[in-house]
Design a protein around this ligand. Structure first.
Ligand code: TMP
Length: 206
C-alpha cells in the first residue's frame, strides 16, 4: 500500500484548480486510493465561517494573516493530521503557500511574521506535493470577468496585486523544486490532466 501523502493545489485566481480537483478525485477513485479533499480557508465548520469573513470583509492584512493561520490550525489538527494518521491521502485546495503569495506577495505583510506563524502552527507538516496552476494575469482576469457574477475580496484586487501573487508563487516553486510542479494553465485541459496523471503515477504506482 502507498504511504498517504499531503497534496496541495495553488495558483492565481481563475487558474482552474476546481476542474483539476475533480480530475484528481477521479484518479484516486479509479485506483482505489483512500483520499480526502478539503480546502483553505475552510475545511472545518469554524474554518468555513472564517472563510466567509476572510473573503468578504475588509480588514488589516495582519488580521487577515492571523485569521488564515487560525483557520489553518483548526484544519491541521482536526482534519489534515488525523486523516494522514488514518492512512488517507489529503488533497487541499490551497495551504500556506497561499499566505506567502497573497498576504506577503500581494499585501506586503512582513515575511518573518508569516515564517513565525508557520513554524508555530505547522511544526513539521509540509505538503509532499504541490501543483501550481500558473497563468498570465491578463488571462486570469479575463476568465474571472467571464465566469464570476460577484467577485470576492481577493478576486476583485487590481492587476498589480495579482501579478505580485503570481510572481511570489513562481518564486516559491523555484525555492521548493522538490515538491512543486508548475502546470501551465493556458494549455488545453486534457494536456494538463495528462501531466497531473504522469506525476501522480510516479507516486501511486500499481
Ligand atoms: P479559492 O477561492 O481559490 O478557494 O481561495 C480563496 C481565496 O483566499 C483566494 O483568493 C486566495 C485567498 N487566500 C489567501 O489570501 N491566503 C491564504 O492563506 C489562503 C489559503 C487563501
Amino acid at each position: 500500500m502507498n504511504k498517504p501523502i499531503f497534496i496541495t493545489l495553488e495558483g492565481v485566481d481563475g487558474a482552474g484548480k476546481t476542474t483539476h480537483i475533480n480530475f484528481i478525485q477521479d484518479y484516486f477513485l479509479s485506483k482505489n486510493i483512500d483520499f480526502y479533499i478539503t480546502r483553505e480557508p475552510g475545511g472545518t465548520p469554524l474554518g468555513e465561517k472564517l472563510r466567509t469573513i476572510l473573503l468578504y470583509e475588509d480588514m488589516d492584512p495582519l488580521t487577515e494573516t492571523l485569521l488564515m493561520f487560525g483557520a489553518r490550525y483548526e484544519h491541521i489538527h482536526n482534519i489534515i493530521k488525523p486523516k494522514l494518521n488514518e492512512n488517507i491521502t489529503v488533497v487541499s485546495d490551497r495551504f500556506t503557500d497561499a499566505t506567502y503569495a497573497y498576504q506577503y506577495g500581494g499585501k506586503s505583510v512582513d515575511i518573518s511574521t508569516i515564517n513565525s506563524l508557520k513554524n508555530l502552527i505547522q511544526k513539521d507538516l509540509e505538503p509532499d506535493l504541490t501543483f501550481l496552476f500558473d497563468l498570465p494575469i491578463n488571462i486570469s482576469i479575463d476568465r474571472l470577468n467571464k465566469t464570476r457574477e460577484k467577485k470576492d475580496k481577493f478576486e476583485g484586487q487590481n492587476i498589480q496585486f495579482h501579478q505580485a501573487v503570481r510572481a511570489t508563487y513562481l518564486n516559491l516553486a523555484r525555492e521548493n523544486k522538490n515538491r512543486f510542479h508548475i502546470l501551465d494553465s493556458t494549455k488545453d485541459i486534457l494536456m494538463i490532466q495528462k501531466e497531473i496523471k504522469k506525476i501522480l503515477d510516479t507516486i501511486f504506482d500499481d
